[in-house]
Design a protein around this ligand. Structure first.
Ligand code: AMP
Length: 361
């Protein structure tokens, strides 16, 4: 398979901060980026071109595909069928299967089981009666989640006892999904830590993985990612990394794939995956020889992957959420903190405005 050489144009679906950091990494390797998204965003400020269009506007997507040499995405809520159509015109990586499986929580769990991974006990849910049956099977406490379009803990409702079922079903919006389960009930996992595995797979099937970050969430949003993880998490890293590599291989994935896990006394429990670069991998920009963004660009362009070795003894990434971004003067004053601001103008509560990475040598 021939490489897409530097100087070519990479199309990115999505205009958020992940697209921005992908475009910066691509620029360093001599590529131009062309963003396609319904609205302008942080990626547009650093890209060569921007096309405004909806993700279901087939003629506009097709025209976009004619202007780029490869396409990738930073955002899962693109229709897999659109990715498949684009793939017929220009190399589109990862391909639609990765997107299809990763964005549908039921398929994610089924694929995880097929490669021998542990998951929370779960049942697909279509309506209130099926939720009640699922609760009888899975037991409380549990979490009801929409199967599509969930992120940062959105589209989820806690169920502490069967009496909470009606409220939980209406809290997630009583969703409907033709041809699938609109919701999933998961038993609540009793974990002592959360961590993720970030792997990257090339067009030749070669894979690399970074050290696993231990992730702390606040109000459902990632707050910090730390490497190395604590000893009890590190003890589960090898098994979880083998799982993520097996998943990437089974999908025939090209690019970065992120798998999120709960660390439990029984071993790693797979929660969900993202077929893309991930917030818990931002630390790799300064904390690893090759960042998740650069390796993703290398992978989708058919280039050899770079080393994931740490650049220091320890790395910590802290998200700057909402008003946290106002701390930028103090962060710059630290001297050796790496500040990233995404150029967003409105610091709404819960909005990811930037992050800071500290590498301890
Ligand atoms: P998710 O959108 O699936 O990543 O869920 C967001 C957060 O909710 C996770 O990072 C966990 O902290 C928590 N969570 C999700 N699913 C479960 C579960 N089955 N058991 C316990 N906590 C969960």
């Amino acid at each position: 398979m021939s490489a897409i050489p530097p100087g070519s144009t990479i199309g990115i679906l999505g205009s958020g901060q992940l697209g921005r950091m992908l475009a910066v990494a691509a620029a360093q390797l001599g590529y131009r980026c062309h963003i396609y998204a319904p609205e302008s965003g942080p990626a547009c400020d650093v890209a060569a071109a921007f096309t405004q269009g909806a993700y279901d506007d087939s003629p506009a997507l097709y025209a976009f595909a004619g202007q780029v040499d490869a396409i990738t995405f930073e955002f899962e809520n693109v229709e897999p069928v659109a990715i498949a159509q684009l793939g017929a015109r220009v190399p589109t990586r990862p391909h639609s299967l990765s997107l299809d499986i990763a964005r549908y929580r039921v398929a994610e769990k089924e694929w995880a089981a097929q490669i021998g991974g542990r998951t929370a006990p779960w049942r697909g849910v279509s309506d209130l009666p099926s939720l009640e049956t699922a609760l009888a099977d899975v037991g409380a406490p549990a979490i009801l989640k929409t199967t599509l379009f969930g992120y940062d803990g959105k589209g989820q409702a806690r169920i502490d006892s069967p009496a909470d079922a009606t409220a939980a079903w209406s809290e997630i919006g009583s969703p409907v999904l033709e041809g699938g389960f609109p919701a999933i009930l998961e038993g609540r996992v009793d974990f002592f830590a959360e961590f993720s595995v970030i792997v990257c797979r090339g067009t030749d099937g070669a894979t690399v993985a970074w050290d696993v970050p231990e992730n702390l969430h606040r109000e459902g949003i990632l707050a910090t990612s730390s490497v190395p993880a604590s000893a009890p998490v590190l003890a589960q890293a090898e098994e979880a990394t083998a799982f993520a590599v097996a998943m990437a291989n089974k999908l025939g994935h090209v690019g970065v794939l992120t798998c999120e896990f709960f660390a439990t006394p029984d071993g790693p429990v797979f929660n969900e995956m993202a077929p893309r670069v991930h917030n818990s991998g931002h630390w790799t920009i300064e904390g690893a020889v090759t960042s998740q963004f650069e390796n993703h660009i290398r992978a989708i362009c058919g280039l050899p992957l770079g080393s994931t070795t740490l650049t220091g003894a320890a790395v910590e990434m802290t998200n700057l959420i909402g008003a946290d971004a106002g701390r930028w003067p103090a962060l710059l004053g630290e001297g050796d903190a790496h500040l990233h601001l995404y150029g967003k103008h409105e610091a709404r509560p819960g909005r990811k405005m930037g992050h800071v990475t500290r590498v301890r040598r």
